[in-house]
Design a protein around this ligand. Sequence first.
Ligand code: MN
Length: 323
Amino acid sequence: MPKSVLLTHGDLDGITSGAIALLAFPASEFYFTRPSQIHQDLYRIAKDNPNIVHVSDIAVNSKMFSELLRALDQFPKSTQLHWTDHHPMTTKERHELHKRVDLFYEIGPCTAELVYRKFEELLPEHALRLALYGAIGDYCDETPFVKAHFDDVDKRTLYLEAGLLVQALQEIDYRKESKDLVHQLAMGIKPSSMDDIISLALKATRIEHEVFRYVQQNARKLGPIGYVLDMPINGYRGKSAKFSAYVTDSKIGISARSSADDVDMSIRRRRTNVDLNKTLNIILKDLEGSSGGGHPAAAGASLDLNDFQKFLQLLADHVEKHS
Ligand SMILES: [Mn+2]
């Protein structure tokens, strides 16, 4: 039986772009994925010969790029492959991707805005709100599209609705509960009508204030970097990275978590234009087994735990030289 499959990221922009794609392709199968795992998911999906596949808000992982292309090459000609995204990629990556998929790519807008614009004529009116939530969630709320639509509504209400989602997502395991959320959003239910989302959002907000206090007391500083390692609470990584920069008066903030051998981190910038994605591409080359990237202002990385101090030093040197 012909079918369509949607793959998207687990953050608010991923969830809203996925919900909009679900409105464009109703009754699709829906999965969350991530840059390091998209090629495996595509391999698996290709075996079913779907007629449509839509990937949204998934950054191209340069180290896995050839495997991604191989996975895309598994699909028969009859599969319509859509790829909608806003993460930085090289011209070569863009070119190779473009040969294999219907690529809708722009830097600046969030992915939800792009999916909305791509499929606008197929969408019900309430899909627009989802695009605006995604824009707020990804700090992409100053594009001409978003500004024009903010002018049509009371944007403060939109920020409340989007804020409820941003906060609640800190407390949701995206692989489980978020699928229901995608379906509810696609149906047009507003976050302010979702009792579970409201209570999770309030809980998350109270925890966030505690996280701030924790970071204030425990952040360490290395040159232009403020960081916390192994905060005694899961999640809140982007937020605690941002707080780490602020409370140590640094240009870069990092929130890192270690496991047996690895360390995984969120990285944010503050009052500097240093491009975190490009910076990581440069310094991670010297660290074997590492991976990372993202946006200019928000990125992530994972590396061998033994390399963490070396990484901090490389990053500190780079930031001091380039900002
Ligand atoms: Mn995004």
